[in-house]
Design a protein around this ligand. Sequence first.
Ligand code: ZN
Length: 117
Amino acid sequence: MSYCEKCGAQMDDTTRFCPVCGAENTAAAAQVVDPNQPPQGLNVMAIVGMGLSFIGIPGIIVSAIAKKRAKSGQYRNPLGPLATAGLVVSILMTIFWIAYIIIIGVAVAKGIGQINY
Ligand SMILES: [Zn+2]
């Protein structure tokens, strides 16, 4: 049971507006779930980010979003450490892929040089 801030009338917690003066019941308003907000459950982005981490850059993007969402506190299971792990692995894998592309690139360039007759 709550009381109207304006007129002090008694009203139910679930009632959004005061039946006497029509003022908004702040206690009820706070309980209303914003439909634009994602459901308060698992921060799926952290899992997706970890899954994409082996590719590199997509993992960085998704894990960064997951970290931001974990910090926002809108999830019961924010999986912050997983998002951090996903971000670290993604960065390492990005470095690995860049090194791999350079090595392959150099090998291909040398190969082309040798075939050049
Ligand atoms: Zn009132």
